[in-house]
Write a protein that binds this ligand. Structure first.
Ligand SMILES: [Zn+2]
Length: 179
């Protein structure tokens, strides 16, 4: 498989990923690759399709952010979730987010304050995650990726167009620099 960070408008980011029914060496290889890319790119979380794997897998490590913002006091969490689904949502917060698939883009969008997620771990065992604050936001962002929903979808059509035009322009400039 061709593992590399997929950036918008790569079509793999627009399609829902498939459910995992293999809890074996192949899954382990996918997860290892995901950790590798997430840490290399200094992300807090990564969805499998962001590196070209079309399955419902996410990894996250909030210590990556703890190192940068020490004022955040939540306990750091590191986890792998397979086939994650949000089953409960509560409250609303404004969240300022970036995304490895949209280099240079940072936007503020509404997110639920608390979410409950059911999933499997890498061994295929059921897990339930009750989350709030930053963890809840990372989970929503990554699970959206797995469902083919980029964070720009939460912007109004006008705002989305402005953000995308600017992003695509910077993408083109970067390609020209490289050429
Ligand atoms: Zn993202």
């Amino acid at each position: 498989m061709d593992y590399r960070i997929r950036t918008w408008p790569d079509k793999i980011l627009k399609e829902p990923t498939k459910e995992v029914d293999f809890f074996d060496e192949r899954l382990k290889e996918y997860i290892d690759k995901m950790w590798e890319f997430m840490y290399k790119e200094e992300g807090v979380g990564l969805a499998a399709n962001q590196i070209g794997i079309p399955y419902q897998i996410l990894v996250l490590d909030t210590t990556v952010r703890e190192k940068r913002r020490e004022e955040e006091k939540e306990d750091p969490v590191k986890m792998v979730l397979v086939n994650p689904k949000i089953v409960e949502k509560e409250g609303e917060v404004q969240s300022t987010e970036g995304c490895l698939s949209f280099p240079g883009v940072q936007i503020t969008i509404p997110r639920a304050k608390r979410v409950k997620v059911v999933a499997k771990n890498e061994k295929g065992e059921d897990v339930v995650v009750e989350s709030q604050e930053f963890l809840a936001i990372v989970l929503q962002h990554e699970i959206d990726h797995l469902n083919g929903i980029p964070f720009i979808n939460y912007l109004s059509p006008l705002k989305r167009k402005l953000v995308l035009d600017k992003y695509l322009k910077s993408l083109k400039e970067r390609e020209l620099e490289r050429a």
